[in-house]
Design a protein around this ligand. Structure first.
Ligand SMILES: [Zn+2]
Length: 422
């Protein structure tokens, strides 16, 4: 028995009311492509694209191509001349075409195929691998994401993390975006992303989630960014607001780095300056993770009584804070640590201490929420998102990048009927 392409097509993609008429292999400018001609089933009427009910035929439009999933790496097209039907309710309309979505020149199967590959490869690589354009990969992912967003369920969300992200080049307000994650232990995903990092951005995000979701929140995790604090206090007063560990460590690290830069500037040309050379990454690591020669140099630096060494010690000591079980001990430690930092005569560390003191209540909420939210959730999602935004140098627009974020981190539902293609 010989296998016909039609047999394969009927097995993987059978459309009720339509038949695969003819399959041809063609050459155009030295390149092979496959054309699959489709005809309506003779004894079945077309369906109205509005209400999907069968309706009497009216006329036929000219033949149109749709890009299908490539077979054996050969670009494959569906060709079909759509009928127009006269629906009793909707008048003369184009029939419902099950492989097509609006005016798009790509079949639904191919859009799903491209969109799934666009998660494993960059969009440019996907376009190249399947001999199509960047634009059609973009449009496919866009459709795929819209489909998922329209069908996702926002139930049982108890903990969210709010974060600001930088993307692209430059520090303009438009180069930032606000993201909202779900950080419940049973589900971690991106819920929303929007332009800028203002109060208005976060308000828009919470509005998009809807009052039922916001009203049901028990924990909100964020950085000490003033705009976010204000909005969260106003919109979700019932939730425990936690300043998360990841961001606090980030602030401490930034302070240490500032001290190091200032000090190596002051010491330029003097022998002590050597102690600070090539130490940037070692200083930003957790002490227990610095090993070998780097550890020896770090110890040397600490003995030298340089401000950088003292700043590093302060940062390192603060890690104890997170290990307390009791709220009152943690609070006592915070008090002592801030005292040290404020007497250190190192301005960046003093600044961190003042900020932490100013947000003491929110900081101690960490212990009130302990066990309920995962410490690494925000950091983990943050790292994943950076992979996408970095890849996004290829994305020419903000919109494309936002779609890519939902696509990779949104855990959106997917059209199931097309799973077989990849
Ligand atoms: Zn109708």
């Amino acid at each position: 028995m010989q296998l016909e392409v039609k047999t394969v097509l009927n097995r993987i993609q059978h459309f009720v009311g339509f038949v695969y008429q003819e399959v041809r292999l063609r050459t155009q400018r030295g390149k092979l492509h496959i054309e699959v001609k489709i005809e309506p089933h003779q004894s079945m009427r077309g369906r109205c694209s509005e209400c999907r009910r069968p309706a009497p035929g009216y006329d036929r439009l000219p033949e149109r191509p749709w890009l299908f999933v490539p077979m054996w790496g050969i670009v494959t097209w569906f060709l079909y001349a759509p009928r127009r039907v006269e629906c009793r309710e909707h008048g003369v309309v184009v029939e419902h075409i099950p492989w097509s979505e609006g005016q798009r020149p790509v079949t639904i199967a191919m859009m799903c195929f491209l969109a799934r590959w666009a998660r494993r490869l960059s969009w440019r690589e996907t376009a190249r691998a399947f001999q199509t354009s960047w634009e059609s990969v973009y449009r496919s992912v866009e459709w795929f994401v819209a489909w998922g967003l329209a069908r996702r369920k926002l139930e049982g969300i108890e903990a969210i993390g709010v974060d600001e992200l930088h993307w692209g080049k430059g520090k303009r307000a438009d180069n930032f975006l606000t993201v909202i994650y779900q950080i419940d232990s049973h589900c971690r995903r991106l819920l929303w992303g929007g332009r800028r990092r203002t109060q208005a951005s976060l308000r828009r995000g919470l509005a998009a989630l809807g009052p039922a979701v916001v009203g049901g929140l028990r924990f909100v995790c964020s950085d000490m960014w003033r705009a976010y604090l204000t909005v969260i206090a106003a919109k979700a007063p019932q939730a425990v607001h936690v300043l998360d560990r990841f961001h606090i460590t980030l602030h401490l690290n930034q302070a240490v780095d500032q001290v190091r830069r200032a000090e190596s500037g002051r010491l330029r040309g003097r022998p002590l300056a050597k102690k600070l050379k090539h130490m940037r990454w070692q200083l930003l690591r957790r002490g227990s993770r610095v090993r070998g020669r780097a550890k020896q140099r770090l110890c040397g630096l600490l003995r030298s009584k340089l401000a950088t060494g003292r700043a590093w010690m302060l940062k390192e000591t603060f890690q104890h804070f997170w290990t307390y079980r009791s709220l009152s001990w943690a609070s006592a430690f915070l008090e002592v640590w801030c005292g040290w930092a404020l007497r250190s005569r190192i301005e960046p560390m003093k600044k961190v201490a003042r900020t932490l003191r100013g947000h003491q209540e929110l900081l101690l909420n960490w212990f009130r929420a302990k066990g309920e939210i995962s410490a690494g959730a925000v950091e983990g999602l943050n790292n994943k998102i950076r992979v996408v935004t970095r890849r996004s140098y290829g994305f020419r627009t903000y919109d494309a990048m936002e779609i890519a974020l939902y696509h990779t981190l949104g855990r959106l539902p997917e059209p199931e009927s097309t799973h077989r293609f990849c």
